[in-house]
Design a protein around this ligand. Sequence first.
Ligand SMILES: CC(C)(COP(=O)(O)OP(=O)(O)OC[C@H]1O[C@@H](n2cnc3c(N)ncnc32)[C@H](O)[C@@H]1OP(=O)(O)O)[C@@H](O)C(=O)NCCC(=O)NCCS
Length: 295
Amino acid sequence: MFPLQGARMLQVLEKSLIKGLPASLKVYGTVFHINYGNPFKLKAVVDKWPDFSTVVIRPQEQDMTDDLDHYTNTYQVYTKDPQNAQEFLGSSEVINWKQHFQIQSSQSSLNEVIQNLAATKSYQVKHSENILYMALPTAKRLAPSLLAGKKLSSSGGKPKAIDEDMFKLSSLDITQATFLNKLWYFGGNERSQRFIERCIRSFPSFCLLGPEGTPVSWSIMDQTGETRVAGTLPEYRSQGLVSYIVYKQGLEMEKLGFPVYSHVDKSNKAMQRMSHTLHHIPMPCDWNQWHCIPL
Ligand SMILES: CC(C)(COP(=O)(O)OP(=O)(O)OC[C@H]1O[C@@H](n2cnc3c(N)ncnc32)[C@H](O)[C@@H]1OP(=O)(O)O)[C@@H](O)C(=O)NCCC(=O)NCCS
């Protein structure tokens, strides 16, 4: 295990991960934000350096004090050699195999390794596999070959107009985390609320305020730089609000030079339609999460 310390090494890692796109996307996005201020205080470890095969991005040990907090205890993994990643990922210096945790990766091929490790270490694993998207300007900039043969919608990548007299673009403050947390599919508990608060505190957040002056549609960013936790209140749905927010969020992130990407559940047709309209390009690999719980 080799911890990468210092700006120079992390910049080399970031550049090298671009060559692995799209399979390295989750780790690339996370390392990008480590190099851009590291608001989540994450660290990178590799199996060897500089010619690494596997890289894991994880929180510092001192931030992983709650064994049940899988939102904080999250590891991002990219490997050039899934067949041989098992020993590295099985090491207790790389992953704390005593806690509840999540592994996220753009490589479904890690499933076998993770299931093997879970069996050896007596863990229960829930694997989610969702569609991974990269926004068109990000794909053009970082991985233009992914665009070959892609059919784009005739929308020009823009959402339909909304009533701008009624809805005002704004940002969120952490007091609104309670509200987002109640409606977040993966949330609804105290730990997820803390995670949402940290995301709002660390990154730009976006919402539309409705006639009452409170958020009716929103989207934030997580520690990997992905756009996440998007939603619209039921009474304001199908008016193009989330499409407008995600479009504005993408423009702002591009302006800051951030990579813009997201994932959508395979059954979430509304978000898939929005992604098509906004010229978010589906990647040939998936967004994966393994939620791991000791038995
Ligand atoms: C999914 C959700 C965010 C959509 O918000 P919204 O503001 O209604 O979305 P928009 O009005 O911008 O619509 C986006 C697209 O989905 C379509 N759509 C809206 N509701 C739909 C539905 N129930 N079924 C299928 N398509 C739907 C719209 O027609 C639009 O497509 P178009 O651009 O081709 O016309 C909202 O339903 C929601 O909060 N759901 C629960 C939380 C959730 O799923 N969040 C996303 C997590 S990734």
